[in-house]
Structures are given as C-alpha cells and as structure tokens.
Design a protein around this ligand. Structure first.
Ligand code: SF4
Length: 292
C-alpha cells in the first residue's frame, strides 16, 4: 500500500500520487498515460503528471493502482476500487485479455490470458492474488502456462498448483525455481503446442527467451520485442539485453518469417498492424538493430 508520507515531490497536486517505493516498471505509464508518466530526466521513478480530469481517467488511474507491482500508487482519501477491479481482466482483442495485477518478481511485466476452446493459455505470471484467480476460474481456468523467459515466471508454481496447468519454458532459461516445469523447449525450432499455437524460441534477451504465436495473429513477446512510441518503431531492449545482442538480431530476423498482426510484450508497448505492415515494421526494427 502506498504511503502518503513517502509521496514523491514531483507528483501533480491532488488525490493520486506515486510514492518512493516506485521501481519505474512503466506499467502505470502505458495503462493510464493521461495521469502517469516517467519523471523528467530519467528520475528512476514515475509520477502523476496530471490528476484525472474525468471518470474515465480516474478509472484508468485506479486500474494502474491495482496493477502496480509494488503498491506505490495511492490516493489521499480511500477510493472505492470496485469498478477498477471489475475492469480486469481487460480484453485486448479477440480472446486475449490483459490480467493486470503485475508481479514485483517479474519487474512488473504484463501477463495475458488467451482463451481457447481446447484450454486457456496464461502467458507469463501475474501476481497470484484472489482477483486474478477468481477471474481465471470465471473465464475457464488455465490449461497451459507459457513462460516467455526466466525473468517473468513470478508465481508460476502457485498457478500450477491451483489450476494444474502444464508450464512451458525453454530449457536454456530453466533455473532452480523452474526445474520442474512440465514442458521444456529446446533448440531454435518452433514447437506446436496445440492447434494454432506455436512456441518460437528467440534467444537474445535471455538465452532461453521464447515467443508464443496464436492463430498467426497474436504474438506474445515477453521482453524480446515491443513498440517504442518515442522511436516510432518496434524495438528490442538494447540496454537490457542479458544474453547476446547479435543472437537477438538473428532471432528477430527469423521472427519476420512468421505472420502476425499484434505484438503483446511483457514490458513496453503493444502494437497492432495488418500483417503486411507488421512485416515492414519488423524490417524497420531490423534496420535499426543493425545500427544500434
Ligand atoms: S506501476 Fe508502480 S512501480 Fe511501476 S512505474 Fe508505476 S508507480 Fe512505479
């Protein structure tokens, strides 16, 4: 819970605030951009740059409060958060939902639910908390949990224990806490996980990073690729590349051979283009990577 006594001085005056516990994960900035942004000059935290001016902005701010992985967003007075709770999981498109309730252990990465007739898929781990568990139960449970890489596994074991879902992780990213995952990917060849579901190893950000492609439409990228509003193109995290940048480039080039329309990242912004435009955007990303 946020602490008013630790309210950061660069918050706009008013009821919502960010406190000194902020880890600068960026979640509030894309979830409620009308209210939150990163502090100027890379202050290492986010802030309220403008207090919500209407009910819609207030709801987004309350959703950010619930999603914040460290409880660093607060309000001066107690707020009724029922509407924000009801707004998660938030449908992105088709049967893809953003779950909210980001986990600190995943540095606030987004996680998604993909509803499927053959069993739902959870992509990366949100916080294991009652609103998430209740929502997942309401939406049909979880049959499969795709872990895009070792950094975003958070509460995977608790979801496995509750839902009995099989977990998928590349063997190169398996560590002590994930050694018992049920399905371990190997090598670089894509693996079919079910009808229309393809796990695509993309080594680079980590040695065992993988994307999940659903129905040649939705690409869940973990920390492999995201949209950059500042740059105006798809990018990869050059400064947060934990394994090998050249390998990441090769993975991005292989990814360009697949058809998809959405990029749904753990960190960074989503993007949606028709497939032909997406292919062109990936080429722009590759051109940028060659010079980065
Ligand atoms: S969601 Fe929380 S931790 Fe993340 S940037 Fe916003 S205030 Fe900081």
């Amino acid at each position: 819970m946020a602490d008013l006594a630790r309210r950061l001085p660069d918050n706009a005056p008013g009821p919502f605030f960010v406190d000194a516990g902020c880890i600068d994960c960026d979640t509030c900035n894309w979830l409620a951009p009308a209210v939150f942004d990163g502090a100027p000059a890379g202050g290492g935290h986010s802030r309220v740059h403008r207090q919500p001016g209407d009910a819609a902005a207030r709801l987004r701010a309350e959703m950010a409060l619930l999603a914040c992985p460290v409880g660093a967003i607060g309000t001066e007075q107690k707020h009724d958060l029922a509407a924000a709770r009801a707004a998660f999981p938030e449908r992105v498109a088709g049967e893809v939902y953003h779950l909210g309730y980001h986990a600190e252990a995943s540095f606030g990465a987004a996680s998604y639910l993909l509803r499927r007739p053959g069993g739902n898929v959870l992509v990366d781990s949100p916080r294991f908390t009652a609103p998430v568990v209740d929502a997942l139960e309401r939406l049909g449970g979880v049959a499969l949990m795709l872990l895009t890489h070792c950094d975003d596994v958070a509460d995977h074991a608790r979801f496995r224990a509750h839902f009995g879902c099989a977990r998928v992780l590349h063997e190169a990213d398996v560590a002590h806490g994930t050694r018992d995952v049920e399905i371990k990917l190997a090598g670089e060849a894509p693996v079919a996980l079910g009808p229309g579901l393809l796990a695509i190893p993309v080594p680079g950000h980590t040695r065992g990073s993988a994307c999940l492609l659903a129905d040649e439409t939705f690409l869940f990228t973990g920390d492999h690729a995201a949209w950059s509003p500042e740059r105006g193109h798809i990018y990869a995290f050059r400064d947060a590349c934990w394994h090998d940048w050249q390998e990441l480039r090769r993975s991005m080039a292989r990814l360009a051979g697949h058809r998809f329309e959405w990029i749904l990242p753990g960190h960074g912004r989503r993007c949606h283009f028709p497939a032909a435009r997406m292919r062109a955007e990936l080429q722009r990303c590759l051109d940028w990577m060659a010079a980065a």
